[in-house]
Write a protein that binds this ligand. Sequence first.
Ligand SMILES: C[S@@+](CC[C@H](N)C(=O)[O-])C[C@H]1O[C@@H](n2cnc3c(N)ncnc32)[C@H](O)[C@@H]1O
Length: 215
Amino acid sequence: MTHEILADQVDYYRCRAGEYDVTAYGDVAAFRARIARLVAIMRPAGRVLEMACGTGLWTEALAGWADTVVAIDAAPEMVATARGRVRSGNVRFEVADVFSWTTEHRFDVIFFAAWLSHVPMSRLEQFWQMLRRPLAEGGRVLFVDEPIDVREKEAYVPGMDEIVERRLNDGRAFRVVKNFIDPEAFRARLLELGWACEIRRDGIDLVYGEARLAS
Ligand SMILES: C[S@@+](CC[C@H](N)C(=O)[O-])C[C@H]1O[C@@H](n2cnc3c(N)ncnc32)[C@H](O)[C@@H]1O
């Protein structure tokens, strides 16, 4: 079941790529300014890995702070849009699945926006375990996502806690995982998994966090 949903999730974003920026962010120029502000707070310096980069809106801001950015996403259509948008010479894009991608490189920062909430609960431990290897000593995991407060925006499939139905502009329906972030509960869960984490709010609709391996 999880495997099917994860595949559906990639299909959904492949098909949504052309309409993503407007349907996700509405006023893209205004959201870009918000991205720039949040990234400036998080200060992603050094070697940065961005997971699930989408259309590259966050990537372009990361590129301004980082020495280098490797940005991966499973949807080739998303990566094509991101490549067209982000021309900085310090960014390299790759089409890759977060759950199977491996690298020999180490990163000072691993960043993801609007990705954590798409990780099924059954894969959460594996996902955070997987982040340990590419993270340089003393490195940080930075994330931005949506808080539990805005849960009502989604149409949960009856009887399924973490699966929602999404529709594209043309009416096609897909099922994706959506686990909104409850900051306190999530912080406690990460601590169980060996990560010390701080989560802050930005407005009512976003949270951003920084996690480090607990000593
Ligand atoms: C909500 S979008 C976020 C995009 C971008 N980070 C942003 O905040 O605008 C989720 C992204 O996850 C990507 N994605 C979905 N499943 C993935 C997987 N298994 N591996 C890598 N990327 C995946 C999708 O293609 C999509 O670009």
